[in-house]
Design a protein around this ligand. Structure first.
Ligand SMILES: [Zn+2]
Ligand SMILES: [Zn+2]
Length: 257
């Protein structure tokens, strides 16, 4: 049994066949999922999908690419939603230096506000990081994010930064890139992260694992991620499945149904 800890079933790409996609995941023994909302459109849909499926949960936050659009009202709305019984984390939030829609200063401000909100409502956080690892770690440290802990989602940087994340009660989640041929960084991370801090995800519809790279990703494919991690660590697929699923239950505060 697997837990896809980061999936966008609420994305436009699944409008036509969301129910079939969820069924394919369940049939592939991906029994649990956390659907991540990140703006005004995707947040209500994440919650709706979680309400309709017993083993699907939701995370609510504001994406750094769109930080410039977030209002105080949006932040209050996220705070209200955090008490919904199927909402298990605040995020995704963080910094994204690849796209330049939102200036870095605004991204940092919106990131800090969401960490503070997570601490106020006592919920863990999900971090989106693109080309911004050092700034993210600095802000997490300055805001005492270790009080709530979190996930470094689709971690894709050097293993050198992992220790600082572990020190702040963070989990490291690996996705499709660990299966890519020219991707040494996530492979090294997959080998070195302590077993009790490892999670798997798809980030579907993005980042489909090999051999589906370039196609639309879907939660059933998290199996390919877990298989690659098992191979890299020299353990069985069953062991990785069990460990990462138990880690996800512990992180999200979910008991097996
Ligand atoms: Zn992300
Ligand atoms: Zn995402």
């Amino acid at each position: 049994m697997l837990f896809d800890t980061h999936v966008h079933l609420n994305a436009r790409q699944f409008i036509e066949d969301r129910d079939e996609t969820i069924k394919r995941a369940f049939d592939a023994n991906v029994k649990y999922m956390t659907v991540v909302g990140f703006d005004r459109e995707t947040i209500p849909l994440a919650i709706e999908i979680a309400e309709q499926n017993e083993t699907i949960y939701a995370a609510v936050g504001w994406h750094p690419v769109d930080a410039i659009d977030m209002t105080d009202e949006d932040l209050r709305w996220i705070e209200e939603l955090s008490s919904h019984p199927k909402v298990v984390a605040i995020g995704e939030m963080g910094l994204d230096y690849h796209w330049d829609k939102s200036p870095k200063g605004i991204q940092k401000d919106v990131f800090r506000k969401q960490i503070q909100l997570a601490k106020k409502v006592n919920m863990p956080i999900i971090i989106h990081n693109r080309e911004a690892t050092e700034d993210i770690i600095q802000i997490l440290q300055e805001e005492n994010a270790e009080e709530v802990g979190g996930i470094m989602h689709c971690y894709n940087d050097s293993v050198d930064y992992v220790e600082a994340c572990l020190d702040m009660n963070f989990y490291i989640s690996l996705g499709g890139p660990v299966t890519f041929k020219n991707a040494p960084l996530p492979k090294e991370v997959a080998k070195q992260v302590p077993a009790d801090r490892l999670l798997v995800e798809t980030d579907a519809p993005f980042l489909a694992p090999h051999p589906n790279r370039g196609k639309r990703n879907e939660p059933a494919y998290v199996k390919l991620v877990a298989e690659k991690i098992a191979e890299l660590r020299g353990v069985s697929f069953e062991e990785i499945s069990q460990i990462t699923t138990n880690n996800a239950f512990r992180f999200f505060g979910i008991s097996e149904t």
